[in-house]
Design a protein around this ligand. Structure first.
Ligand code: SAM
Length: 322
C-alpha cells in the first residue's frame, strides 16, 4: 500500500493542544484523537474483542449480513474512503461484496500510522482492490480523495463503529455537513451509530473488568510522557467512566488520586491537580434510531436505509447526498 504522509508539525501541535486542554478553566480536557498512538491503536483492537464492548461485533454482524444489499443501493462506479479506518477488519465484508462487482479503490484516512499499517495488512489480499492510505485528519484526507476522483466516479464514505459519537450532537451534525460539502449528489455515506442502552451496559462497555479500557485511557498520559517528556506518574491517576444523562453520552476521565504537580517541558507547562480532579478524555454519544433521519437531512443527506442489530442496540445508516 502506498501511504501519503504529512507529519512535520505533529509534536508542536500535540504540545499546543495539551497546553490548551490542561489550562482550560474549569474542566481540564485532552482531545480524544490523541488516544491513538501505536499503543493506543493496539489496545483499541483488544477492546473490540472484550465481552463488555458489544459495539464492534454488532457493527460487524450488520456489515456481514447486509453488505450485498448496501452495495446494490450504491451509484456506480464507486470508490471507497474510510474515515478513521482503524484496523479495517469489519470493512472486509463490504469491500469483498463491492470487489465482486467492480475493481475497487479503497482510501483509509487515519491519524494513527500503526492503524493504517494494520488496515493494509488486513485487507490487501482482497481480489480486485487497490489501497492508498492517507495519514491525515478526516476532512483533510477526504478533500484529497475527492480532488483526485475521475469524472463519473462516485464516492462511498465509511464512518463506522460510531466514531461520530465522539462529537457532541451539534458538532456531529456540523461534521456531517462538512463531509456532505466535499461530496457530490448521489455519493453516499455509511454511518455507524451506537444506540441508547442501559447505564449498566454502557458503564461496563467503557470500564471493562480486565482493565483494558483503563490502560487505553491512561496510555494518553504515558504518551505525553514519551513524546513531550512529561512526568505524569500513572499510578497517581485512575480511569473513570461516567454517564452524562443530559448529553446522552458516556464519558471517560482520568482522575487525580492526590494533590500533585506535573511538568510537560515540551509544552513549557506546569500543571497543578487537586485530589479528585479529572481530565476529560473522550465522550461517546448514544443515539435513538429516529434522530438519525433529521440529523442526516440537516446535513444535506437522505437516509436511504437503516439496519439495526438484534443483539446490541446499534444502527448502520446508509445516507445519500442530495
Ligand atoms: C473509535 S476508533 C474506530 C476504528 C474503526 N473505524 C472501528 O469502527 O473499529 C477511531 C479511529 O479514528 C482514528 N481517528 C481519530 N481521530 C481522527 C481524526 N481526527 N482524523 C483521522 N483519524 C482519526 C483513530 O486513530 C482510530 O483508529
Amino acid at each position: 500500500m502506498l501511504v501519503q504522509t504529512i507529519t512535520p508539525n505533529t509534536t508542536y501541535e500535540f504540545a499546543a493542544d495539551v497546553d490548551a486542554g490542561l489550562n482550560k478553566p474549569g474542566q481540564k480536557e485532552l482531545l480524544s484523537k490523541y488516544l491513538y498512538d501505536e499503543v493506543g491503536s493496539a489496545l483499541f483492537e483488544v477492546i473490540c474483542h472484550l465481552p463488555e464492548y458489544g459495539l464492534t461485533r454488532a457493527d460487524e454482524r450488520l456489515l456481514r449480513r447486509h453488505s450485498h444489499d448496501i452495495v446494490e443501493r450504491l451509484a456506480t462506479p464507486v470508490s471507497v474512503a474510510e474515515l478513521g479506518s482503524g484496523s479495517g477488519r469489519k470493512t472486509r465484508h463490504l469491500l469483498e461484496a463491492l470487489c465482486r462487482r467492480q475493481r475497487t479503490a479503497y482510501y483509509p484516512i487515519e491519524i494513527s500510522p500503526s492503524a493504517l499499517a494494520m488496515c493494509e495488512r488486513e485487507l490487501r489480499d482482497i481480489e480486485s482492490i487497490s489501497i492508498l492510505g492517507f495519514e491525515r485528519e478526516y476532512l483533510d484526507g477526504l478533500l484529497e480523495v475527492a480532488a483526485h476522483r475521475s469524472t463519473g466516479q462516485h464516492l462511498l464514505v465509511l464512518f463506522l463503529g460510531s466514531t461520530i459519537g465522539n462529537f457532541d450532537r451539534p458538532a456531529g451534525t456540523k461534521f456531517l455537513t462538512e463531509v456532505r460539502r466535499i461530496l457530490q449528489p448521489g455519493d453516499s455515506l455509511l454511518l455507524g451509530t451506537d444506540l441508547e442502552k442501559s447505564s449498566a451496559q454502557l458503564l461496563a462497555a467503557y470500564d471493562d473488568e480486565l482493565g483494558v479500557t483503563a490502560a487505553f485511557n491512561l496510555n494518553l498520559l504515558a504518551r505525553i510522557n514519551r513524546e513531550l517528556d512529561a512526568d505524569f506518574v500513572l499510578s497517581q491517576f485512575e480511569h473513570v467512566s461516567r454517564i452524562n444523562h443530559e448529553a446522552r453520552s458516556v464519558e471517560m476521565h482520568l482522575r487525580s488520586l492526590c494533590r500533585q504537580t506535573v511538568q510537560v517541558p515540551a509544552a513549557e507547562l506546569r500543571v497543578d491537580f487537586i485530589e479528585g480532579e479529572t481530565i476529560w478524555t473522550e465522550s461517546s454519544h448514544k443515539y435513538s434510531r429516529e434522530e438519525i433521519f433529521p440529523m442526516a437531512h440537516t446535513a444535506g443527506f437522505r437516509c436511504e436505509a437503516q439496519w439495526i442489530d438484534d443483539q446490541w442496540p446499534f444502527a448502520e445508516n446508509l445516507l445519500i447526498a442530495e
